[in-house]
Ligand binder design. Structure first.
Ligand SMILES: C[S@@+](CC[C@H](N)C(=O)[O-])C[C@H]1O[C@@H](n2cnc3c(N)ncnc32)[C@H](O)[C@@H]1O
Length: 195
């Protein structure tokens, strides 16, 4: 990526953080090391991926570089300015404006699910700061779009896994801790959720 593209992305992201720190959930886009740690958790042979909270596209870019086809990648973003940024930066990707709670409807309307369920969902959402009902609604909608042995890969800046135990139990999920990535601002841990 050209340095000025990275700088513009970082500035766009920071402006959104100033406007809505809780929702944006980070002051800067994810770094390369974190993107690599997320991608390392994709199931072997992954072709179809959904990204939640695309931001300025740090993970989107890494997924494309990993070999995921733009047409097999659906990126959902709630913030209008970030959505427009993603759409302009990745015209080959299925970029949608919407709320992760509504993912199943958005994916069906988009036509993404016509070719089958997703192998994996990667999420940069600030789940830790969300109320339990919101976490429940997001994960329920996400798992409705995932193949039975698909994975939901999430990073968090917090010290423990970012979804309330009650939500994990109510949805019958299993959680595994992945890599801790020190070389990120702030450092982050990857968690993998499955059924
Ligand atoms: C921590 S940022 C991660 C951005 C990017 N994936 C990265 O790793 O650099 C979280 C993103 O999730 C978006 N977001 C927050 N709540 C959302 C929701 N309910 N549905 C979809 N996107 C949401 C925010 O606008 C923000 O772009």
């Amino acid at each position: 990526m050209k340095p000025h593209t990275r700088r513009r992305g970082a500035w766009t992201f920071f402006r959104q953080w100033l406007r809505s720190p809780l929702r944006t959930a980070a002051v800067a886009p994810s770094g390369r090391e974190l993107a690599a740690a997320m991608i390392a958790e994709l199931p072997v042979g992954t072709r179809r991926v959904i990204e939640l909270g695309g931001g300025t596209g740090a993970l989107t870019r890494a997924l494309l570089a990993h070999g995921i086809d733009g047409d097999a990648l659906l990126a959902l973003e709630l913030n209008e300015e970030l959505h427009a940024h993603l759409h302009a930066r990745f015209p080959q990707v299925r970029v949608e404006l919407g709320d992760a709670r509504d993912l199943a409807n958005v994916a069906a309307r988009n036509g993404f699910l016509d070719a089958g369920l997703a192998d994996a969902i990667v999420s940069g959402l600030g789940l830790l700061a969300m109320p339990r009902e919101t976490q429940h609604a997001i994960l329920e909608s996400a798992f409705a779009c995932l193949r039975p042995d698909g994975r939901f890969v999430q990073f968090t800046y917090g010290p423990q896994q970012p979804v309330a135990d009650e939500v994990v139990a109510a949805l019958g999920l299993q959680v595994r801790r992945g890599d801790f990535v020190l070389m990120n601002m702030p450092p982050a841990t990857v968690y993998v959720f499955g059924r």
